[in-house]
Write a protein that binds this ligand. Structure first.
Ligand SMILES: Cc1cc2nc3c(=O)[nH]c(=O)nc-3n(C[C@H](O)[C@H](O)[C@H](O)COP(=O)(O)O)c2cc1C
Length: 248
């Protein structure tokens, strides 16, 4: 009988996949060294192999190297950051403004990942009940890109503090197309073992036992149960990767 896990990767390959996942970070501090086009297209090829609803492939990748364009997007970021600061009272407002939340001008490459809801024509298999699955598919492409970049030693930072209308104008994105992700891509100054927002004391990672449910949304694993212990053990294994993260 063929074993059910016959498609499992060899141990070293599995390790590499988990390493990319657990040592991926959102990067905001970049070196200005250039990134070869071949490398950019390699990570985009990984993005283009993402799953998509009805095989719709709704994404478009706009590669931006122009310093002028990046400066315009950076201006947009600064204005939007100021607007976002109004949502916080002191001292949270000052803490927010002290955070570096983008690397638009330092990263040599910016990539806007957009979603064209019309890509599949009037009917896309599986999308009728949940029209937003086109955007979900586009996010899968972003994650593929993010992990491929990590494997290459490149850093990616997602910048969402941008007004999409103005971003459309700068990049010539048609009104029906949704700019989903604005990404900075380049060589990282460092890769942190933990999210920068966690290190800065902004927010903590939730324990995995708090986000897993059994059978029903209200079915949290009982404290002290076997399931709860197994969830905790799976999470503890991740710490091994985080501790081994290359910070230099
Ligand atoms: C949809 C989305 C939007 C994000 N927008 C920003 C952003 O505008 N600025 C920023 O610094 N990080 C942004 N991030 C990165 C998150 O802050 C980061 O993923 C989170 O803090 C966890 O850190 P990690 O990615 O290093 O694990 C965004 C991430 C996602 C998924």
């Amino acid at each position: 009988m063929t074993p059910p896990d016959r498609h499992r990767f060899a141990e070293g390959d599995r390790e590499a996949v988990y390493r990319a996942i657990h040592q991926r970070r959102d990067v905001r501090h970049f070196r200005t060294d250039p990134v070869d086009d071949a490398l950019v297209y390699r990570v985009l090829a990984a993005a283009h192999r993402a799953p998509s609803v009805g095989f719709m492939q709704p994404w478009t990748f706009t590669v931006i190297r122009s310093p002028q364009t990046r400066a315009r997007v950076h201006d947009l970021y600064l204005r939007e950051r100021q607007a976002a600061a109004c949502f916080y009272d002191e001292p949270r407002r000052s803490e927010f403004l002290a955070l570096k939340l983008e690397g638009i001008r330092e990263a040599p490459v910016n990539i806007c990942v957009s979603c064209d809801p019309t890509r599949g024509g009037t009917h896309v298999l599986g999308r009728n009940s949940q029209p937003e699955t086109d955007v979900y598919s586009t996010c899968c492409a972003v994650q593929n890109l993010w992990l491929a970049a990590r494997a290459e030693g490149l850093g990616v930072g997602w910048v969402s503090i941008l007004k999409t209308g103005e971003l459309r104008e700068i990049l010539g994105i048609p009104p029906h197309v949704v700019p989903v992700a604005y990404l900075c891509l380049g060589w990282p100054q460092q890769l942190r073992a933990r999210p920068m927002l966690e290190e800065a004391g902004w927010r903590e990672r939730l324990p995995m036992n708090g986000v897993v449910r059994l059978e029903r949304y209200d079915g949290a694993p009982e404290q002290g149960s076997e399931a709860s212990a197994m969830v905790a053990a799976a999470e503890a294994e991740v710490a091994r990767w985080e501790a081994a993260a290359d910070l230099a």
